[in-house]
Structure formats: structure tokens, C-alpha cells
Ligand binder design. Sequence first.
Ligand code: FCA
Length: 329
Amino acid sequence: MKFPFLLPFRAFAALTLLALAAHAAPAIKIGFLVKAPEEPWFQLEWKFAEQAAKELGFTLVKIGASDGEKVLSAIDNLAAGGAQGLIICTPDTKLGPGLVAKARAAGLKLLTVDDQLVSANGQPMTKVHYLGISAGKIGEDVGKTLAAEMKKRGWTAADTAVCAATFDELATAKARTDGAINALKAAGFPENRIFKAPQRTGDIPGSFDATNILLTQKPDVKYWLVCANNDNGVLGAVRALEGRGFTAATAIGVGINGTDCIVEFEKAKPTPFFGSMLLSAKSHGYDTAKMMYNWIKDGKEPALDTRTVGVLITRENFRQVLKEQGIRD
Ligand code: FCA
């Protein structure tokens, strides 16, 4: 070794450089909290967010939280762990103002996805960044699909009724079923044969129970058309219909998400689950994660309100469309 006296200096210089590098670019950490981690839709959102994390080089913290208390403690944990941002589909949109205050106090940038926060008076919090679906339009497409399929089969309005499994406490859900009902009415379906089955919870059991009550009240309907907030809403209704002997030949259901109905489409025998409006899990997972990353890294604020579209999938085309969208191999 020629200049042994230089060693301590070199070690010092290397350490200083490392410290400087760490200071110049703090590791980016982003939380992605979803309300129902067991549902395929949210698993796909996470999968695409993870893809962004890998490509851009940040840490993604996935959190499942089914109630408000869990959301608030998740924010504390994220802040303690050095996160700078939170993407959230909250289990309770009415947490709105409290959630915003808590995130701000914790120094977290906030981007809401899927479900928009509401203020104390129930109005959407339009100043909080949000990426969601064009709920009314997608709902209308559900209604148009149901009306077209009914016409194709030659069912009369007198023999047919609509079961709308509703979850009106969630604004995006209400906009979807309202859109479907409006499109059915616009297609000439009589309003007095459109029935709402209000769900107590936003999951499959919630719509199963609600639909069973409706079916008990309307035993004489020959054919049913079904719409709901999402695939799970239609799935619950379909299971209730099957319990009363309805089949793919006597009931038509059209869901929303296109991700939670794949198993249904893969069944050898068709069920009343006719189709679904496939949403873009990639936009909701990858794009939101990238928006948050750019916001933290370069101060590039995302658009306040972004809306995504849906495309109809059925047993006929789902394999091809899922492949095109990178959801299935
Ligand atoms: C809501 C629904 C989900 C999904 C998402 C885009 O959160 O509950 O199933 O449709 O919007």
C-alpha cells in the first residue's frame, strides 16, 4: 500500500458522499390503502401499483383497512415509517374531512382512488385529488346492454322486471345504478317494473340478501334484468336468482369491474351473469402510483379529477380483452 495515511481520509470521503447521496434523494415510500383487499379488483390495483414501484424504484406499502379506525392508525404508521404519500380507497367516504386533516398533519400527500371523499354535508370533496370511474356513463352502458339483450331475446316488458341492487350511501355506486336505470327508461322500459334492492353492505352477501327480499315480494316475474354497483353486487343477485330456479335463459345480469366475474365466465355452463363493464385497473393502480411518485419527487401535482372508462366483456370476448389489457396471460 503506497499511501496508508490516505486511508482514513478516503473512508471519510466515501462516507460523506454516501450521506450526501442519501440526503439528496430520500427514499420514496408510498402507502396504497384499499377497503376490501380480498376482492380481485383491489388485488389488481395493487398489482399494477407494484409494477410502478418496481419500474420507478420506490417502496409501496399495501394496507387493507375495512373501517375508519384502521385507516387513521394506518396513517400514523405510514408517517412513522417515513412515507410521503398515501393513495386510498377508503372504507368510509364520510371520513373525508378527518382523513384529510390527519394526512396533512402526518405530512402525507393524498390521492383518493375509486371512492371520492365527502364533506360533512355529504358533498364530494372536489379539492382532494381523485381518480375514479365515469360512474354515470358506465352505468348507462350497463342499462343499454341489458335493454339490447332483452330485445334480442324477444322478452316483453310485461314478463320482465329490473332488479337494481343498490348501495346508495356510496356516491359512485349510486351514480352507477342511477345511470343503468336511466338508460333502461330511455330505452322504453316501464318505470313501474324497475325495483331497487337496497344492500345493507357493499359485498356479495349484501346483494344476495337484498335480492332475496325483492324476489320474495315479486314471485310472478318471468324474466329478470340485473344491475348493481359492481360485479359482486350482480354476483350476489345472480346467486339469489339461481336459488329460485332462474338460469342464463331467464335472467340477465351485467356487472361493473370485469375482474371479480372471471371465475363466473369460466364456468362450463353459462349463468345469468351475462357481462361486465371492464374497468382499467391499470389506470387505478399504476397511474395513481406514478402520479403520486412524480408529485413527491418533482412536486408535479396530479390533475384534481381524473375519470376512467369501461368496456363490455362477455363470455365470448373476455379472454381476449383481459389479455390485451395485461390482466391475464
Ligand atoms: C368502488 C367499488 C369497486 C370498484 C371501484 C372502481 O370502490 O366498490 O368494486 O368498482 O369502485
